[in-house]
Design a protein around this ligand. Structure first.
Ligand code: KG4
Ligand code: ZN
Length: 332
């Protein structure tokens, strides 16, 4: 069973050829540079760039893997959630290949693919918690097993990756902001500024990050940031969001414990899982709770087509649907 998968939900154009034994024959991720000068993703530009590069990277994937289009058994593509223009480009391209080669088309949920990504390189134990931290979503999911996934908490406003990007823009750091903030934070004093942690003391698993952006914007106006101040703000920001995440994790474990659900492992997935400061702090916290931390393979952390292929290969029943309409707010 060979899958050809496409990911185009935001600003990464990616294709992957994978077989059922999880062997990757080719995996190409093209990160669109065009958004850097705008400090954030411009949906229309993203869609055009997907259209420009999809054919080229598809041809490259087949030529470097020495696999022919006719060998592919299934075509898969992200159908949501994401930006509608980019979703339409990738899914229509995959559907056309499926029709042209008389093979099934499988729509894939981007969030589900992120959640399943650590099962590619880890033997996950259940019940399991998944902390999904991306540019568009910040959610906590409870997994009884690979198929039984329920949402138990989420941000009520900005997503965490989005907050990293917006704070970076305020500090005049490059897009995407996450990696830049992580770098600058290494040189800063994390106790320099006390930033707000809204909703931390509420007895639910929801989070709020938009106030942090406002707090940083006030700091920027007051201080005329030099390099030292920028590094201190980055370090204080990272400490603050890590405290929010660990505070909500503690609540999640307690609430589940009250329902006799004893979590045995946790994963952090999505672009923000690249952040070693955050994952190391979470790992240390979990060690005291006797809970294992799993992370996706490096190439499956940020948006990529390998996790789309893997999600397709994990389906018990292939729900082939050539008429599936991409949905920007697709739910699991
Ligand atoms: O999962 P992803 O690639 O795309 C979405 O599905 O949204 O996540 C992208 C987000 C961006 O906001 C980016 O700033 C953030 O992941 N990110 C990071 C780091 N690397 C990427 N955030 C914090 N620290 C990082 N090292
Ligand atoms: Zn993503």
């Amino acid at each position: 069973m060979l899958v050809f998968a496409i990911e185009t939900s935001c600003d990464e154009t990616s294709v992957c050829i994978m077989d059922k034994n999880r062997h990757i024959y080719s995996h190409i991720v093209h990160s669109q540079e065009i958004h850097k000068k705008h400090g954030g993703v411009v949906p229309e530009l993203a869609a055009r760039e997907h259209l420009n590069v999809l054919q080229e990277i598809t041809e490259k994937a087949f030529s470097e893997s020495n696999i022919s289009l006719r060998d592919i058994n299934t075509f898969a593509a992200t159908c949501g959630p994401g930006l509608i223009g980019p979703l339409l480009i990738g899914s229509t391209y995959a559907k056309s290949l499926a029709i042209g080669n008389n093979k099934p088309f499988i729509p894939i949920n981007h969030i589900e693919a992120h959640i399943l990504s650590p099962t590619y390189n880890n033997k996950i134990t259940y019940p399991h918690l998944s902390f999904l931290l991306t540019g568009g979503h910040t959610q906590i999911y409870l997994l009884e097993n690979k198929e039984d996934i329920s949402l138990i908490g989420e941000t009520v406003d900005d997503a965490l990756g989005e907050t990293f990007d917006k704070v970076a823009k305020l500090l005049k750091l490059k897009y995407p902001g996450g990696p830049q903030i992580e770098l600058s934070a290494k040189l800063g004093n994390e106790l320099a500024y006390k930033l707000p942690m809204p909703m931390l003391n509420q007895e639910n698993l929801n989070m709020s990050f938009s106030g942090l952006k406002t707090a940083v914007s006030i700091l920027v106006k007051k201080n005329k940031p030099n390099n030292k101040i920028i590094c201190d703000i980055c370090a204080s920001f990272q400490l603050c969001i890590t405290n929010i995440l660990i505070g909500k994790l503690t609540k999640a474990l307690n609430l589940l414990n009250d329902k006799s659900i004893n979590i045995s492992s946790l994963s952090v997935v999505g672009g923000v899982s690249n952040n070693k400061y955050i994952t190391n702090k979470i790992r240390t916290f979990l060690r005291n709770e006797n809970i294992d931390l799993y992370l996706p393979h490096k190439e499956m952390m940020s948006d990529n087509a390998a996790m789309i292929a893997w999600s397709c290969l994990n389906k018990k029943k292939l729900n082939e649907d050539i008429f599936f309409k991409p949905n920007p707010r697709l739910k699991i």
